[in-house]
Ligand binder design. Sequence first.
Ligand SMILES: Cc1cc2nc3c(=O)[nH]c(=O)nc-3n(C[C@H](O)[C@H](O)[C@H](O)COP(=O)(O)OP(=O)(O)OC[C@H]3O[C@@H](n4cnc5c(N)ncnc54)[C@H](O)[C@@H]3O)c2cc1C
Length: 408
Amino acid sequence: MPTEPTYLIVGASLCGAKAAETLRSEGFGGTVILLGSETERPYERPPLSKGYLLGKEDKSVIYVHEEGWYAGHEVDLRLGVTVASLDPAGRTVTTADGESIGYDRLLLATGASPRRLNIPGADRDGVLYLRTVGDSERLAAAFRGGGRVVTVGAGWIGLETTAAAREAGCEVTVLEPEPTALYRALGSELGEMFADLHREHGVQFRFGESVSELRGPGDSVGEVITSSGAALPADIVVVGVGAVPNTGLAADAGLEIANGVVADAALRTSAPNIYVAGDLANSYHPLLGRRVRVEHWANALNSGPAAAQSMLGQDVTYDPVPYFYSDQYDLGMETAGLPEPGTYDQVLYRGDRPGREFIAFWLAGGAVVAGMNVNVWDVNDDIQALIRSGKQVDEARLTDPGVPLTEV
Ligand SMILES: Cc1cc2nc3c(=O)[nH]c(=O)nc-3n(C[C@H](O)[C@H](O)[C@H](O)COP(=O)(O)OP(=O)(O)OC[C@H]3O[C@@H](n4cnc5c(N)ncnc54)[C@H](O)[C@@H]3O)c2cc1C
């Protein structure tokens, strides 16, 4: 009698949990094991810098599934288990406790970790990062004191935590080496719009400046020394300087690594029977014509299921238009595409920019390659369709709010 195959998923967060769900919903009858380092059952991270951090949302909103879902669907969820090594030839992983677990097919969904500061004083008390639910709870407790916060990095995590700190009554100064906020994500004009939003809420920015040293008193942080030599008093330092993919396991096992674990459009890695998804994957994206690694919620949500289908032998091409959202104060936005510097030659707008109710379009060679709707809703699907079409657009019609996006 042939034994049922074992499909093993390493990384029990949004991506891994959605992959397990898809294996079952597609009718896979073998063993599904979901291993994760964290002790909390799989949860989503966006609320950790928004509603949950602000104390406006209950912890129950973060979970991917109800507590009983895993046992109810015969998913063997093992929490607090870190995989220490992987043997692709022997088709086994070994946990940090020395347990060996065999698999027929393996999904790597180990995500990413915050990039750490590497400067004198970086390990002082009061220097906080944000990735896990425990990190979010530590930040919320620290902000409740209403002290002086220095945020290092004006990216999405830095700005969202800054908004939460301001709403809790903290004084906040943001240090950012680039010329404005979100410079690499959105470019200067739109980055400046986000900086202005925060300035209106009393946030101080120091652009063109980074952190050089963190000083006491004692083991705590009390002062931030910047690259220009300024000394900023601080009770809390929040570090949001990007994330690095957790490639260690795959790299040690000899899988191809380049800014994440390299995969084809079906999320297959360079090793047989090993797949990758979520923040960890740098997969070939046929629509964009290059490999991309996307650190966004929607990518974890959708690539886990796509990888599961691929594991099941289905014909998969994973090429969604990348999607991202953020909420800061009363501004909500969604972005479709990846408006990275060098990928566009023009930015056009439709709607009310001063009133922050508009859509920005990034164009390359007359076609829309990315779009961001700010406090304008129910248009992102149309923006995605425009990007996917690759068609030349009429600029006057694109920027005219009276013309439906489906007819530009
Ligand atoms: C605070 C915060 C706010 C965010 N807000 C937004 C947002 O508003 N919009 C948006 O689009 N995106 C947002 N994101 C990004 C989004 O949450 C990520 O893209 C998503 O979490 C990626 O999911 P993942 O499952 O691939 O990886 P992760 O969420 O990183 O999960 C990987 C899991 O694998 C575990 N793991 C790692 N190594 C091992 C190992 N060796 N053995 C076992 N387990 C291991 C980790 O502990 C972790 O639980 C946010 C991220 C953060 C941190």
